[in-house]
Design a binder for this molecule. Structure first.
Ligand code: DHB
Length: 311
């Protein structure tokens, strides 16, 4: 029997595919649809301390090669998503990931303390990489702020915590970021969020309204960057830190490549937005077909085993 089951720390998932935060996860109805699909888990829309309406529309746009968005963190507030995942946990549902960010650091601490004191025992993803809030830089591009934030969080936060990262583009940045993350008991890193602040033009106009058209890029455009980030962190991080691969996954081959680079779980963003939750069945079948052709029974048979070209 070929299996696409996987684990993050002590958490087991029957399938390694799930949604990426921000896609099909804003409301309880959407979350239930992902839970009821072939996905092995779901992650909630990044929840902030207060609910937010987000940026003006149009704020998401599909292109042939992917998507651009500047949503601006619309969400129902972290409590809505925390209540939902606690209820799911009581119903013995699939494992869940609760995505959160302040957006200010005071608010991030407030949220994490509330989760620490709650009944929720599942995974939390701290989003260090939202590119779309005007006036707020991405936390993870500021290594000093990232380190001091993690340092204070882990003084009181004792439940399993992962981080969502933006793409990095320089080997020195991979080295510096990994050195910081290796100092903390992080459960997982999720590589990558959208490539921040791209610009898509149709005729003579931008296609989304916020920030005069600038927005996060997802889909085919970002797969090579995503794979590089997954593999760079796979090479550098302590083995206790699991890697989630996100970026440019729309078929079984894309998921296979993320796992080959070192991902234990693979998230689907733009393609899920474009095709709906039936995509989890499609990609699972395609991944299993590739594993059959290659004689692999489990993800461990090929995870991280990317071949290099030697002399
Ligand atoms: C939003 C976009 C992101 O890439 C993210 O990580 C969080 C929020 C947004 O614009 O809503």
């Amino acid at each position: 029997m070929i299996s696409t089951a996987t684990t993050i720390g002590q958490f087991h998932f029957d399938n390694c595919l799930m949604n990426a935060a921000g896609v099909h996860c804003m409301t309880r109805t959407e979350l239930e649809e992902v839970r009821n699909s072939a996905a092995g888990a779901f992650v909630t829309k990044t929840g902030t301390y207060e609910s937010r309406n987000g940026n003006p529309e149009p704020r998401y746009y599909d292109t042939i090669l992917g998507s651009i968005n500047s949503m601006g963190l619309p969400n129902h507030g972290y409590q809505y998503y925390l209540d939902f995942v606690i209820k799911e946990q009581k119903n013995n549902s699939k494992n869940t990931i609760l995505s959160i960010v302040g957006p200010s650091s005071d608010e991030t601490h407030h949220i994490l303390k509330a989760i620490q004191d709650s009944d929720y025992q599942g995974l939390v993803e701290l989003n260090l990489s939202c590119p779309n809030v005007p006036g707020k830089p991405q936390i993870a591009y500021d290594f000093e702020t990232t380190e001091s934030l993690l340092k204070s969080i882990f003084t009181y936060y004792k439940k399993p915590l992962g981080i969502k990262l933006p793409p990095y583009f320089d080997i020195v940045h991979f080295d510096q970021a990994a050195a910081i993350f290796n100092r903390f008991p992080i459960a997982f890193v999720n590589c990558v969020n959208s490539i921040g602040n791209g610009l898509v033009i149709e005729d003579e106009s931008v296609v989304i309204k916020p920030k005069n058209g600038f927005g996060g890029i997802g889909g085919d455009y970002i797969k090579p960057t995503a794979l590089a980030n997954v593999h760079a962190f796979y090479q550098r991080l302590n083995k206790s830190i699991t890697i989630i691969g996100t970026g440019g996954v729309k078929n079984g081959r894309d998921a296979f490549e993320h796992i080959l680079c070192g991902a234990s779980m693979v998230q689907i963003g733009t393609a899920l937005q474009q095709e709906g939750v039936s995509i989890f069945d499609k990609i699972t079948d395609e991944l299993k077909e590739i594993m059959t052709e290659k004689g692999y029974q489990t993800l461990e048979d090929f995870r991280g085993k990317l071949h290099y070209i030697k002399d």
